[in-house]
Design a binder for this molecule. Structure first.
Ligand SMILES: Cc1ncc(C[n+]2csc(CCOP(=O)(O)OP(=O)(O)O)c2C)c(N)n1
Length: 370
């Protein structure tokens, strides 16, 4: 165990004051801490590649080492700017990667993290990125020498942190602004949605609490709806929905979170461009990465209605309270045109003890079969 405050102290002593990244539950005690510090810059970005890009730009303007934080599942998103720009054979940009190591060998974890966890260190080695694991206070010395190496040789370095390693000395309150309306919960929306779908619909849902909520309710109801849960591949729910929708007469309902929607926002353009009327898109917006610690997604900077309209959706629907719920869902599902539904939900801690789909082969088989 290490206190996030001790980790931060080492980084500050080594002149690292700039952080950019995508939130992760393993690192939340650290990233929520830096978010409260006035003399530290923390940019919560939409994907890990953009975080590396921003860090490169920061270095070019300041000559200081930036830190990029991410879950190891986001390593793939970051590889392109790491290897094609920052790498020692290209521009030699020094940088520290702080990586939450899900699926680390010998630790119990969800199926979607196991393959990635087993190869994380190998990927770093293949990329020529020197790295260390930090598990206890003493390991911070290794981190210190890695940062010196990064500075002296202009190299990318990384530290890996396993689940449950980082603690806080005192409780940190997330700086999440809670701008979302306080009326509708995720579970009440999902309940009414599930009551209004039938075997002519196919649900594809995103990483985070949405898939877990749908899974939980379907399990309790013993419903014969068999969704495809995107337990990983964050940001690709809409692309999977597009691919599935092209060769079927069924109505595809893509249920996406705001963090997931923003991660590969360009897909929104492709989907509108290539989808037929059978693809219905739902953005369930809680303005946060709720399932990994409640960090802001910054989605309030977009006018979603204008965005959906400008993409070419013929119909935009909005729900933020229980009264309009059934009526709007029915209208949305029955809409003959392309349709975008935005559902504004509140963050609700008490709702969040949710099961996770475990048997993914069964999920796939049942989804395909029906
Ligand atoms: C590529 C990648 N980066 C980061 C993560 C870690 N992660 C899992 S869920 C999640 C938040 C998703 O946010 P949102 O779609 O708004 O859903 P919510 O957490 O609010 O349910 C993050 C960042 C991941 N799984 N994959």
């Amino acid at each position: 165990m290490i206190f996030a405050e001790e980790l931060l102290l080492v980084l500050k002593k080594n002149k690292i004051n700039f952080f950019a990244g995508v939130p992760d539950s393993v690192l939340k005690n650290f990233t929520n801490l830096i978010d409260t510090k006035k003399n530290i810059k923390n940019l919560i970005l939409t994907n890990e590649g953009s975080a590396v890009g921003t860090a490169i730009g920061y270095y070019l303007s300041t000559n200081k080492i930036p830190a990029v934080y991410m879950q190891n599942s986001g390593l793939g998103n970051s590889i392109n700017p790491l290897i094609s720009i920052a790498h020692k054979k290209v521009y030699k940009i020094p940088m520290l990667l702080i990586i939450g190591w899900r699926g680390a060998p010998k630790l119990n974890d969800e199926p979607q993290h196991l393959a990635q966890g087993a190869i994380t260190k190998k990927i770093l080695s293949l990329c020529g990125i020197k790295n260390c694991e930090i598990e206890k206070k003493n390991d911070l010395k290794k981190l210190k020498s890695l940062i010196s190496y990064s500075r002296n040789k202009n190299q990318i370095v990384a530290c890996l942190i396993k689940n449950n390693t980082l603690k806080n000395k005192k409780n940190i309150k997330s700086k999440q602004k809670f701008i979302n309306p306080k009326f509708l919960t995720r579970s009440s929306f999902i309940k009414i949605l599930l009551e209004n779908v039938n075997k002519s619909h196919k649900i594809i849902s995103s990483t985070g609490y949405l898939s877990r909520e749908i899974y939980s309710q379907i399990d309790k109801l013993k419903s014969d709806i068999k969704p495809f849960y995107m337990v990983g591949g964050m940001g690709h729910t809409s692309s999977v929905s597009l691919g599935y929708s092209l060769k079927t007469k069924k109505k595809i309902i893509c249920v996406d979170g705001d963090g997931s929607f923003l991660m590969h926002l360009g897909s929104a353009v492709s989907i509108r461009n290539y989808s037929k009327k059978n693809l219905k898109y739902i953005l369930v917006n809680n303005y946060s990465h709720e399932s990994v610690g409640g960090q802001a997604t910054n989605i309030e900077n977009i006018n979603i209605k204008l965005f959906a309209k400008s993409l070419g959706y013929k119909k935009y629907f909005y729900i933020s309270d229980k009264k309009q719920l059934k009526y709007t869902i029915k209208n949305f599902l029955n809409s003959k045109d392309s349709a975008f539904l935005e559902v504004s939900i509140k963050v609700n801690k008490s709702e969040n003890i949710l099961p996770r789909p475990k048997d993914l082969q069964k999920v796939k088989k049942e989804f395909i079969k029906l």
